[in-house]
Design a protein around this ligand. Structure first.
Ligand code: ASP
Ligand code: MG
Length: 412
């Protein structure tokens, strides 16, 4: 007998039939003798629909009220799943995040989990009930409802798996696992049997939307074992775990694409200490995440500073940046939202050389111009024109022969 946390995403519970299918899968796990804690997302596009509804009554809804609204989505799905379980004759009980003591800070719409008092879950498990928890939500110490940022049900699942010391946290989704590239772009992309937390984190930050990036950080920190798999099949998916030696044999394990990037350039920034600090402090005070930053050496006492942000933040970042540019006596602020970011990721990069050169050659061969480059120990990212993004992903997948990974690879 093991304690298993299973998380089902919105597409897995999009309609009553699918809710019943999930109930059957949960019932199978329960009947096999395991203790099961289920985390559900809101049905289908519920959260998007609620956001749209909010925008129709108010241009900038207060974030507290936004959380009151958004948290209802998961409350619907967890109650429905509990009912479906009862329909199958399996004892189950649903709880909101607040009811099971998921305590967060007060950052509405993007709250962080501070504490989980899992007693209520443990008591229900001890009575042999399946416990179903509404994903994506928690409560502040003064009883305000909060949500954990888009995709936050993943975080609920990972945090519960940690708090309950679960044997495995299964993330059920509408894809079979983590692929070497998006199969909609690269038809011969391969499902990876295993991948490390670090690679998954880099992929999540580079456009591979399998799991919420924050949930991956928590999974990595506490080494919560994850299994990403499809709720529509019985096939095993991708195991995410600590790095093991065999993973290093492969230099590149995936190519990802981030299309929603925008580039901002502050021209003629005075070259003296403290200027970058001022600019990026203002941006971070506005709660805007900056991705890449490039600044060249200055030969004239002035230099251009470029950075990228998510396109959703562009209007806001431009307002902030124009203000601070004037303050530090820099020049114009220009922007470009016709860009995309392609990245190659792999822990094997630590021990293989020449990966960057190979990536740039592959892009050059397709006449794709590189506008910005950034690297980490296990990732190389390039900003390119958005209309060349698909071609870039395909050519990189080919050059690194990623179609040879997966089933027949060293990553067994
Ligand atoms: N329903 C929320 C969202 O769509 C949380 C989740 O699905 O994980 O972002
Ligand atoms: Mg989701």
């Amino acid at each position: 007998m093991a304690l298993i946390v299973q998380k089902y995403g919105g597409s897995s519970v999009a309609d009553p039939e699918r809710v019943k299918r999930v109930a059957q899968r949960v019932a199978r796990t329960r009947r096999a003798g395991h203790q099961v804690v289920v985390v559900v997302s809101a049905l289908g596009d519920t959260t998007d629909n609620l956001l749209e509804l909010a925008s129709k009554v108010c241009r900038r809804p207060p974030e507290r009220e936004m959380d009151m609204l958004l948290a209802t989505g998961e409350q619907v799905s967890c109650a429905l799943l509990a009912m479906a379980m009862h329909g199958l004759g399996v004892k189950a009980i649903s709880f909101t995040g607040a009811q099971v003591g998921i305590v967060t800070d007060r950052a509405h719409t993007r709250a962080r989990i501070q504490d989980i008092s899992a007693q209520r879950i443990q008591a229900a498990l001890a009575r042999k009930w399946v416990v179903i928890v509404a994903g994506f939500q928690g409560m502040t110490r003064d009883h305000e409802i909060t949500t954990l940022g888009r995709g936050g049900s993943d975080l609920t699942a990972v945090a519960l798996a940690k708090a309950l010391n679960a044997r495995i946290c299964e993330i059920y989704t509408d894809v079979e696992g983590v692929y070497t590239a998006d199969p909609r772009i690269v038809p011969n992309a391969r499902k990876l049997p295993a991948i490390s937390y670090d690679e998954m984190l880099e992929l999540a930050g580079s456009g591979t939307q399998v799991m919420q990036a924050r949930s991956m950080e928590v999974a990595k920190r506490y080494e919560v074992p994850l299994h990403i798999r499809s709720s529509f099949s019985r096939a095993t998916g991708t195991i995410i775990s600590k790095e093991v030696k065999a993973m290093e044999q492969v230099a590149v394990s995936g190519v990802s694409l981030q299309k929603d990037e925008a580039k901002v350039t502050v021209c003629d920034v005075p070259d003296r200490p403290g200027v970058a600090a001022t600019i990026f402090t203002r941006i971070s005070d506005a709660n805007i995440n900056v991705d890449m930053i490039v600044q060249n050496v200055s030969r004239t006492g002035f230099t251009d500073v470029s950075f990228t942000v998510s396109r959703a933040d562009l209007a806001r970042v431009l307002r902030v940046t124009r203000r601070v540019a004037a303050e530090v006596k820099a020049g114009r602020v220009i922007h470009d939202d016709g860009v995309a970011k392609v990245s190659v990721v792999g822990v094997g990069m630590r021990s293989h050389s020449g990966i960057a050169a190979k990536m740039f050659q592959a892009l050059a061969k397709e006449s794709i111009n590189i506008e910005m480059i950034s690297t980490s120990e296990i990732k190389i990212s390039c900003i390119i024109r958005k209309d060349q993004a698909v071609k870039a992903v395909r050519t990189l997948h080919d050059s690194f022969e990623l179609e040879k990974l997966g089933k027949s690879s060293a990553r067994k």
